[in-house]
Design a protein around this ligand. Structure first.
Ligand SMILES: [Zn+2]
Length: 188
């Protein structure tokens, strides 16, 4: 007969389904929570439940938000003529951390998820669009596609400077490099 503790295995499996968590880390975390720190465990369970129930996508930019509009879209002090297009709402966290940008954002993961009329709604009143994509063939295609859709509107297109390595996600780039890449953005 195989040695099993089913509830423990379930917890380990649940952790293992998380990005970048291997089996060893999953066991370490599960053990810590159930055997060593049940208070943290309950806090974690509560935070997960609250996060999942209260966080949704901002209606305008698709950023994470607790309300219909995220705190960036509803901030009247942000420059809403400068729009930064990112691939993931996680990238907004990275760019905000750099404190180099006070415009607004728009999240587009893939060309095929893009809703054209929503894009037009998001770019209303914008005069510069900065593409903050990590360089790759897929993101170049996305830039061309979006530019093409918005051609004829009076919008200047720029992208973050080279120096952001190919294939590296924005969240893995250090804040200094990202700040530089934003500052030295180039016209396209
Ligand atoms: Zn928003």
């Amino acid at each position: 007969m195989k040695y099993r503790i089913e509830a423990f295995e379930n917890l380990v499996n649940a952790f293992q389904e998380m990005p970048s968590i291997g089996k060893k880390s999953a066991i370490k975390m599960a053990y810590h929570l159930v055997m060593e720190d049940s208070f943290s465990a309950m806090k974690l369970a509560h935070a997960i439940e609250e996060g999942v129930n209260s966080i949704r996508r901002c209606k305008k930019c698709h950023n994470m938000s607790e309300n219909e509009l995220c705190s960036i879209c509803s901030d009247e002090y942000r420059d809403n003529e400068t729009l930064c297009i990112v691939q993931s709402a996680k990238d907004i966290l990275t760019i905000e951390e750099s404190k180099q940008f006070d415009g607004v954002y728009y999240v587009v993961s893939e060309v095929r998820d893009m809703d054209e009329s929503h894009l037009f709604y998001a770019v209303g009143g914008v005069n510069e669009i900065i593409f903050a994509f990590p360089p790759s063939i897929a993101t170049d295609t996305m830039i061309l596609y979006i530019e093409d859709k918005l051609l004829g509107l009076n919008i200047q297109f720029t992208k973050i400077a080279q120096g952001v390595p190919t294939g590296v996600e924005l969240e893995n780039i250090d804040v200094v490099s990202l700040s530089r890449a934003l500052e030295a953005r180039v016209r396209i």
